[in-house]
Design a binder for this molecule. Structure first.
Ligand code: A2P
Ligand code: MG
Ligand code: MG
Ligand code: MG
Length: 352
């Protein structure tokens, strides 16, 4: 069957590419004072706000009735005390939206030299991301910069956009501006785009040239000599201690690969590491759908399995969060079964 969501895929790719150019420009030139701290103490930069404004503006042009679950909102930008940050966000978003069209892009998508927007329009665009989520209908979910702490540290981050119908992810697009194109050559060229379409596979290509070496993604069969853990850099996001016990139970000798953001799902999908393991740290953090929607489809379309640590599927139909979900395990089929068994064993030992 052909992909029924061709336009959604094309527009999503255009939106993520523009957002990646924007975030890369901020990454290379982040000025002190261009970030805020949110109520949950997490950082947000001008790059997060502007990238959400750009993606939501583009989605609104092609799909005006589609709701969006986006991470950021504009409340902090509307006050006079943050007018410098607001001006910078507006400037960055307009620079991105008005950049010249590249092959495949259409002016009707709200982009190109005449697509300048007012500050109010761009703040409203950010707030199009305030949808509460739900079980039925079309919807998008966006993390304009996933792994903001990695972004600020100068490491990995990802622009993540997913399109869902009846709470099932149909398209996942992720841009990883700092990820090496070839994992075997970590000092080589960087900047990858990952695209997954349900029932139509997953592929990686270069962010700078979509026609350059598109690689179909397939998680390789389980191999004890190469299998290792992909985990968060931040120990507050995923328990390194529990993960280490799981690793030991699996007889893994390789060190875990620590990486920020959904770039971990991308690494997994191209066979660079064995299992994405995200273990709750016990502080009651509830996972958000924008942190896993696009990555989950990428893993599935690369032949892998994604569940929580009990083996339950992730449910993207519960609202803005994954609700009662408990951690995340994503791996190839055989590796996934082994990790779920090891988690059970570690938990049983801990309860003795
Ligand atoms: N306390 C927390 N526990 C788990 N994840 C968190 C927590 N705080 C923020 N996050 C989100 O976890 C993701 C990063 O995970 P990782 O550490 O694996 O890269 C980010 O989406 C980050 O949000 P953000 O998008 O703002 O960076
Ligand atoms: Mg954040
Ligand atoms: Mg995130
Ligand atoms: Mg984010």
């Amino acid at each position: 069957m052909s992909n029924p969501y061709i336009l959604e895929k094309r527009v999503a790719i255009a939106a993520v590419l523009r957002a990646c150019s924007l975030t890369s420009a901020v990454f290379n030139n982040l000025v002190k004072g261009e970030k805020l701290t949110k109520d949950d103490k997490s950082p947000v930069t001008v790059g997060d706000f502007a990238a959400q404004a750009v993606v939501n503006t583009i989605l609104a042009h092609s799909f005006p009735d589609d709701p969006i679950v986006g991470e950021e909102d504009s409340a902090e930008l509307r006050g006079e005390s943050n007018s410098n940050i607001r001006d910078r966000v507006v400037g960055l978003a307009n620079d991105s939206l008005t950049a010249k069209l590249i092959e495949g892009e259409q002016p009707a998508w709200g982009i190109g030299p005449s697509a300048s927007h007012s500050a109010d329009d761009l703040l409203d665009a950010i707030d199009r991301g305030n949808y509460g989520g739900g079980r039925t209908g079309r919807m998008w979910t966006l993390d304009p910069i996933d792994g903001t702490k990695g972004f600020l540290r100068g490491e990995q981050y990802a622009v993540c956009l997913a399109f869902l119908v009846d709470s099932k992810v149909q398209i996942g697009v992720m841009g990883c501006p700092n990820l090496p194109i070839d994992a075997a050559n970590p000092d080589g060229r960087r900047g990858c785009l990952f695209v997954a379409v349900r029932g139509h596979g997953a592929e990686q290509c270069s962010l700078s040239n979509l026609h350059e070496h598109p690689i179909p993604l397939r998680i390789p069969p389980y191999s004890p000599s190469t299998f290792n853990l992909l985990e968060s850099v931040e120990s507050a996001h995923s328990s390194h201690g529990f993960n280490e016990r799981v690793s030991t139970a699996l007889g893994i000798t390789r060190q875990p690969t620590r990486m920020d953001s959904q770039a971990k799902y991308c690494a997994l999908a191209r066979g660079d590491g064995g299992v994405y393991l995200r273990t709750p740290t016990g502080v009651g953090y509830v996972e958000k759908i924008w942190d896993h929607a696009s990555g989950s489809l990428l893993v599935e379309e690369a032949g892998g399995v994604i569940t929580d640590m009990r083996g339950e599927p992730l449910d993207f139909g519960l609202g803005r969060t994954l609700g009662e979900n408990f951690g995340v395990v994503a791996a190839g089929k055989e590796g996934h079964a082994k990790v779920i068994a090891a988690i059970k064993k570690v938990k049983e030992e801990a309860s003795k």
